[in-house]
Design a protein around this ligand. Structure first.
Ligand code: HEM
Length: 147
């Protein structure tokens, strides 16, 4: 029984990391899409194609991955009693930052579809620092567990 639970934990962790990769790929790609999207003239067929690509990336990859990462991550946390550990609090704080960023991107995609272009290409490129820094901190927390 003990062995089965240990194996189950590893399978959950593998699933968690696989969907983390899908989610992070989307978090890096979507602002890039926005940059190219905003270079297309308003009302052009290219504009419509970008709206479609962004909606598909969110619907097929990013929303399902967000849910699976959270569900499997919380299952792992419960299994090892992570809620009382310092590294997990820091990890969770940065995962919440990534989750808020995800929701902000979803809102920006909706605005773009409605013709509202709030940020310059340069600012959108700079946004890519957010998932990069957050992922680095999160991975250090789960691997090194410094506290
Ligand atoms: C959404 C909420 C999340 C929760 C609740 C969560 C929770 C956890 C837990 C409890 C573990 C097991 C740690 C261990 O076995 O020592 C784990 C593993 C891991 N998590 Fe998350 N996680 C979340 C999101 C993320 C994100 C966004 C990333 C990356 C950007 C990430 C990357 C990893 C990695 C790489 C591992 C494997 C570490 C190892 O080799 O043991 N997690 N996660």
């Amino acid at each position: 029984m003990q062995q089965v639970l240990a194996m189950l934990y590893l399978w959950l962790k593998a699933g968690h990391v696989i969907f983390v990769i899908f989610w992070m790929a989307g978090l890096f790609m979507l602002p890039r899409f926005f940059v190219y999207h905003q270079e297309a003239p308003e009302g052009s067929p290219e504009n419509a194609a970008w709206i479609d690509r962004e909606a598909k990336l969110m619907k097929i990859i990013m929303w399902p991955s967000l849910v699976v990462v959270w569900v499997l991550g919380l299952a792992l946390a419960m299994e090892i009693g992570a809620f009382s550990q310092g590294w997990f609090h820091v990890k969770l704080a940065f995962v919440l930052v990534l989750t808020a960023y995800h929701f902000w991107l979803a809102q920006y995609a909706q605005n773009l579809a409605a013709g509202v272009r709030r940020l310059s290409g340069k600012k959108l490129r700079m946004l890519n620092e957010i998932p990069g820094v957050a992922a680095a901190v999160i991975v250090i927390m789960v691997i090194v567990k410094p506290f």
